[in-house]
Design a protein around this ligand. Structure first.
Ligand SMILES: Cc1cc2nc3c(=O)[nH]c(=O)nc-3n(C[C@H](O)[C@H](O)[C@H](O)COP(=O)(O)O)c2cc1C
Length: 397
């Protein structure tokens, strides 16, 4: 990748097998201790503490457990997992082996985004090399009874299949639709067995944490958002690319680093995230403020915010799985509202109803897709109302 900023955590020195060799010499409890010390939160977007997830799967009683790597990377504007998969597979696969050891699983599955099929052969070749080095297979690194292997399965392009329960349905050969929760995958996951589903970058972070220590990791970032994060930066800037930055970096600082000029808005967290206006560029990237799975899309003064919003809502109408009413109908209604504004055929009272609908979707939708799809609608209409309603519009009837 042309622009890749290597920071001190994710891109710090690492050799294939480092974490695996270390982990077989310590106990599961020791691994969980390091994870707790690290305060690592899942990098897939929701920010669930990894130590808690693995503790739950580890404690679940079952004859079989699974480790699933979520490499679906479907959020618009996200491409950081692609770089890890292409250039740092050792970090991901070793992290999966560590997970297998910790939770007591024998099988790991990578759910690879369908569009990343071109990587499949090289990733499988890589797994073959790991088997030769006894980093996968039986009695891994001489640890009697520690058997673990990884297979790769391809997705077919549905955004919702990045949601962990829809992903599991898809892995089982079913239509990709979210499951009711509870039960949670930590108890009832793939094939009804306890399963940890983690993002690509989460596994990469684990490899470093096991090698360098949880407290080392926790030194970076902020109290509530430890470590560093990979950001996929796209849009109106001189140097789009993948950037490793400590959590707590402000949006202003990020814009400076990537050479963004005349920035009007920054979409943090992809289409399902929030749109931040210039007046809030001092906000910090992190779970305590502007949380994100890593997608940063930059818009300069030349952009029309209503067009951007329409583009996002068209995406959600297309990608809603249709299973629950708030998401299936709600996204269509929000898109219709945008078209009414475009056509100068709206009333503020109806738009207020749509805002209420958006808030209802956030709580009533069955999965994170419909819960987060109104975010852009609500934040763009609120933060860019002057542009949207005063530029040639009829200001509502
Ligand atoms: C619609 C939707 C799409 C998602 N897509 C992804 C994805 O592509 N990759 C990912 O890691 N997590 C994705 N997630 C989040 C996952 O459901 C889950 O939280 C994550 O894989 C857990 O891993 P982590 O704890 O390591 O973050 C998505 C969630 C939703 C609601």
């Amino acid at each position: 990748m042309k622009n890749k900023r290597e920071g001190k955590v994710i891109f710090s020195p690492y050799e294939r097998g480092d974490a695996v060799k270390k982990v077989v010499a310590i106990s599961r409890e020791d691994v969980l201790f390091e994870l707790r010390e690290s305060i690592l939160k899942g990098r897939g977007g929701a920010g669930f503490p990894t130590a808690t997830k693995w503790t739950l799967v580890s404690a679940a009683i079952s004859d079989e457990k699974f480790v699933v790597c979520n490499a679906d990377e479907g959020e618009p504007g996200t491409f950081k997992d692609r770089i890890l998969l292409l250039e740092y597979p050792e970090l991901i696969f070793d992290g999966m082996v560590v997970a297998g050891y910790t939770i007591g699983a024998k099988k790991g599955i990578v759910y690879l985004r369908g569009e990343y099929e071109y990587m499949l052969k090289s990733l499988e070749d890589y797994l073959g090399e790991m088997r030769k080095d006894n980093l996968l297979g039986e009695n891994i690194c001489g640890k009697i009874g520690f058997n673990f292997d990884i297979t790769i399965r391809l997705g077919s392009g549905a955004y919702v299949c990045g949601e962990e329960t829809a992903l599991i349905e898809s892995l089982e050969g079913n239509r990709g639709e979210a499951r009711n929760r509870p039960p949670y995958p930590v108890n009832t996951g793939y094939l009804g067995k306890p399963t940890t589903v983690n993002n690509v970058e989460t596994f990469a972070a684990v490899s470093h944490i096991i090698t360098k220590g949880g407290s080392w990791f926790a030194k970076f970032g902020t109290d509530k958002s430890t470590g560093a994060k990979l950001f996929s930066v796209s849009g109106d800037c001189e140097k789009p690319g993948v950037y490793e930055l400590p959590w707590g970096t402000t949006i202003n600082e990020l814009l400076e680093i990537v050479g963004a000029k005349n920035t009007k808005a920054v979409q943090v967290g992809g289409a399902s995230g929030i749109c931040i206006p210039k007046s809030q560029f001092n906000r910090k990237l992190g779970y305590e403020d502007a949380a994100t799975g890593g997608s940063i899309i930059i818009f300069n003064e030349s952009r029309n915010m209503l067009h951007i919003l329409k583009n996002f809502m068209e995406f959600f109408v297309e990608e809603s799985c249709g299973q629950c009413t708030p998401c299936r109908i709600g996204n269509v209604k929000l898109l219709e509202g945008i078209e009414m504004i475009e056509n100068n055929n709206y009333t503020f009272s109806y738009l207020n109803h749509l805002k209420e609908l958006g808030k209802t979707m956030q709580v009533a939708s069955k999965c994170g897709l419909g819960q987060s799809s109104p975010n852009a609608f609500l934040s763009i209409l609120e933060n860019f109302k002057d542009e949207i309603f005063n530029n040639g519009g009829n200001n509502g009837k």
